[in-house]
Design a protein around this ligand. Structure first.
Ligand SMILES: Nc1ncnc2c1ncn2[C@@H]1O[C@H](COP(=O)(O)OP(=O)(O)OP(=O)(O)O)[C@@H](O)[C@H]1O
Length: 323
């Protein structure tokens, strides 16, 4: 038996522009697999190819053993999709939305009531089943979308930026539901995000930039690969300090905002020595373990920051409302 998701040499071209430039990966059954990257990295394009929404220009991929080009219908029956944009019918009740989906996906008539009950329980919306979706908060709509994506018992659930435009508390709740699904036997979760804290929760993370995968591992291993501890320092003269740091300690210094950032092996020992002997006056200094942002920084020389949230996302936020 192969992997639940197998991807090899997958590419997507739009005219001369290559949005995805050759992706290879495998996902194990039951994993939470995350695609981390800034806006425009090619995450949605890859998910759209895997879920048969758009056709690859080159390469192969299979989901649940079915080819994404040759066996589209079998792939569609094997997956649940939760898009960045809501596709719920706002004028219908939660129950009616779910019923419609059961009909589309051919869930047997005598099973529908039981399935709807089951998925509403997973996302804690049982008591809201008869309410019109228009009256739901942004978080409730997302939960209902997750419930809907589960109705036909998919083997793989694709979530494209599942929490974009939601406030931190609602994001935490959505994550509780996603983790609950992981415990449900057999469901594999494949998601895209540009939030570091979300990528941390994944079993494995593929870091994507400019159409290609630049790293793929567990969050811990990705951070270990960065090595050492991170020192962030602000001085009275950062320009001179950068040169002096490189000269004294042979470190590679990155200027990020007001701070200079570099890696050292034994952070606390280094810090004592550094503060004593460094000639340029230090304003602040901070020692920390590497984050996934450092992983991205090390790999690309740039940061994925929450500011990369595009105008498109802000529009989504406005549309969904603050909750
Ligand atoms: N239909 C299209 N025609 C031309 N270019 C496209 C099309 N769809 C996407 N692109 C381009 O492909 C690149 C990857 O886009 P994609 O939406 O996959 O990125 P992403 O990593 O999912 O980012 P986001 O979080 O903003 O959705 C971008 O440069 C985008 O402008």
């Amino acid at each position: 038996m192969g992997h639940i998701v197998e991807v090899s040499g997958l590419k997507k071209r739009y005219k001369k522009f290559e949005a995805v430039t050759g992706v290879d990966l495998q996902v194990e059954e039951g994993e939470i697999f995350g695609f981390l990257g800034p806006n425009g990295a090619g995450k949605s394009t890859t998910i759209n190819m895997l879920s048969t929404i758009i056709k690859p220009s080159e390469g192969k991929a299979s989901i649940n053993g079915y080819d994404i080009v040759e066996e589209k219908n079998k792939v569609r029956a094997s997956i649940g999709l939760i898009f960045q944009e809501s596709t719920l019918d706002e004028k219908l009740t939660a129950n009616e939305n779910l019923l419609l989906h059961c009909k589309f996906y051919g869930v047997a008539k005598d099973k529908r009531k039981e399935r709807i009950q089951e998925v509403l329980e997973i996302v804690d919306l049982t008591d809201k089943r008869a309410n019109i979706v228009e009256t739901f908060s942004g978080g409730m709509k997302r939960r209902l979308e997750i419930a809907r994506g589960l109705l036909h018992y998919p083997r793989v659930l694709f979530l494209d930026e599942p929490t974009v435009g939601l406030d931190p508390q609602t994001r935490n709740h959505i994550w509780e539901y996603i983790l609950r699904l992981k415990k449900k036997a057999g469901i594999t979760i494949f998601l895209t995000t540009h939030y570091m804290d979300e990528a941390e929760i994944c079993d494995r993370v593929a870091v994507m930039d400019q159409g290609k995968l630049i790293a793929l591992d567990t969050p811990d291993q990705l951070k270990t690969n960065v090595g050492g501890d991170i020192i962030e320092v602000e001085t009275e003269n950062n320009q001179a300090a950068e040169a002096l740091l490189e000269e004294m300690y042979s470190v590679e210094v990155t200027a990020a905002g007001q701070a200079l950032t570099f890696q050292v092996d034994k952070g606390s020992e280094f810090l004592v020595k550094f503060v004593k002997e460094f000639d340029i006056p230090i304003c602040t200094v901070n020692l920390r373990r590497p984050t996934l942002n450092d992983v991205f920084l090390t790999l690309t020389g740039r940061e994925i920051r929450e500011e990369t949230v595009s105008g498109k996302d802000k529009m989504k936020h406005l549309k969904r409302g603050p909750h």
